[in-house]
Design a protein around this ligand. Structure first.
Ligand code: NAD
Length: 398
């Protein structure tokens, strides 16, 4: 007999969990099934590369606190969904079982991009199990190699340094977070990393990794440097998990395309979180956002829409990071190829960067300045032409 549910959620990350909240807000009793390939129920990911490495950081703080039993959610952990039969409204699981759905949510997130042809020993850092693996590896040796100059690379290089390791940070760009930050800010952060003892290999790729013994790897860069380490962590971005859609012949050029409610091109199938390519009315374009605030807000909104609410997602999510002592918050599009206006209270330490396109503000970064995100959103949503942007100075720093 096929189990039949009103709602089926694929995925066990933050967006999936938020969707359960959204569904239950609208429909306290509709039958609900969630399947996640992780072994743990949904948890917060950001602390994995931030708070857990600080003094007093505790794994228990990760759990998100939804009581799935009390909310009558049938939770299936450690299993993958492998196929959707859209006509029959059935979802098939790797173990051979299938469930019938009225509404299906794909909150499948993304898989870490891997180094081509590269070996065992690299921790692609995304899950709490990766965190446990890394903690074990940390017990031996003093040297660590972190590959990638994006969020994981930047945060993990800081975290491992603070945990007492000597870190080699290897990435292809000119500086840490160079794809996002204007060049002088990226250079200042990169210099700060070097001052704190990180050996920075900017402009470098990993050419090869070989096992030295059971506990040590040798990472060889394209400059020929050989870096021996007991810990190798990589953050090379994620590849959205879209295979359930592409298997049905749906084109997914950059994630699963959804409308303002979160609905996909397939009847009664929705998508939310990292995997969803959604229209942003504020930015006048489609986007995919791989950050916590979006996972929570989009998940909740789409979940509620599956259960009868009809609310367009028009939220501009924020994101944030901690890089040693430097913290920032940001909203909108941060892309270092855009024109920028920099408004510093203290150069490269405290201030605001505005990102402009066609004389409009499309993104705002606040460095070591807090509670600026509502005003920043208003500037973006406003869509007022700002000329060369000089009149933006002082708008958010005061
Ligand atoms: P990312 O997109 O932030 O960075 C990818 C980085 O990969 C690039 O900057 C580049 O330096 C590097 N790279 C790509 N190919 C490489 C190669 N062959 N050799 C060396 N480096 C290479 O992705 P991430 O850091 O892996 O993070 C994964 C996801 O988790 C992202 O979606 C990110 O937004 C999210 N995340 C967010 C936060 C936050 O919001 N603070 C923190 C951690 C992770």
């Amino acid at each position: 007999m096929t189990a039949a549910y009103k709602y089926v959620v694929v995925g066990g990350g933050m967006a999936a969990d938020a969707a359960v909240r959204g569904i239950r807000h609208q429909d306290p009793n509709g039958s609900l099934f969630m399947v996640s390939q992780e072994r743990f129920p949904p948890y917060d990911r950001p602390p994995l590369s931030k708070a857990l490495w600080k003094k007093g950081g505790r794994v228990e703080s990760l759990w998100r606190g939804l009581d799935y039993d009390q909310m009558s959610v049938d939770l299936r952990l450690g299993e993958r969904a492998v196929r959707i039969d859209a006509a029959a409204h059935e979802l098939w699981l790797a173990g051979g079982a299938h469930v019938h759905y009225e509404r299906l949510l794909l909150a499948t997130g993304g898989a870490p991009r891997e180094l081509a042809g590269h070996p065992v020993g690299v921790t692609y850092f995304r899950t709490v199990e990766d965190y446990f693996r890394l903690r074990r590896a940390m017990l031996s040796g003093h040297e660590a190699v972190v590959v990638g100059g994006g969020f994981i690379g930047a945060e993990m290089a800081a975290a491992l340094t603070l945990a007492g390791k000597h870190v080699h940070l290897v990435f292809p760009e000119a500086g840490v977070l160079s794809r996002l930050l204007p060049p002088r800010l990226a250079a200042a952060i990169t210099e700060d990393y070097a001052q704190r003892g990180v050996t920075v290999h900017a402009g470098r790729q990993v050419a090869h990794i070989e096992a030295r013994d059971n506990e040590t790897w040798r990472v060889i860069t394209d400059a020929g440097d050989a870096l021996d380490a007991s810990v190798v962590v990589a953050g090379l971005g994620i590849v959205p998990r879209v295979d359930l859609m592409t298997a049905m012949g749906v084109d997914c050029p950059d994630g699963i395309v959804v409308d303002a409610l979160g609905a996909t091109a397939v009847e009664d199938v929705y998508a939310a979180g990292d995997v969803a390519n959604f229209p942003s009315p504020a930015l006048g374009r489609r986007m995919r956002v791989e950050h916590e605030d979006h996972a929570n807000r989009h998940g909740e909104c789409v979940g509620a829409n599956m259960a009868g609410q009809e609310q367009a997602y028009d939220y501009l999510p924020l994101f944030y990071s901690d890089l040693f002592d430097l913290g920032f918050e940001a909203v909108g599009r941060l892309d270092s190829r855009l024109a920028t206006v920099e408004d510093w209270v203290e150069p490269e330490k405290r201030g605001v960067v505005f990102y402009l396109e066609d004389q409009h503000v499309v993104g705002v970064l606040a460095v070591d300045l807090w509670d600026r995100m509502d005003a920043a959103r208003a500037l973006i949503v406003d869509r007022q032409p700002v000329g060369d942007g000089s009149r933006l100075r002082g708008r958010l720093t005061g």
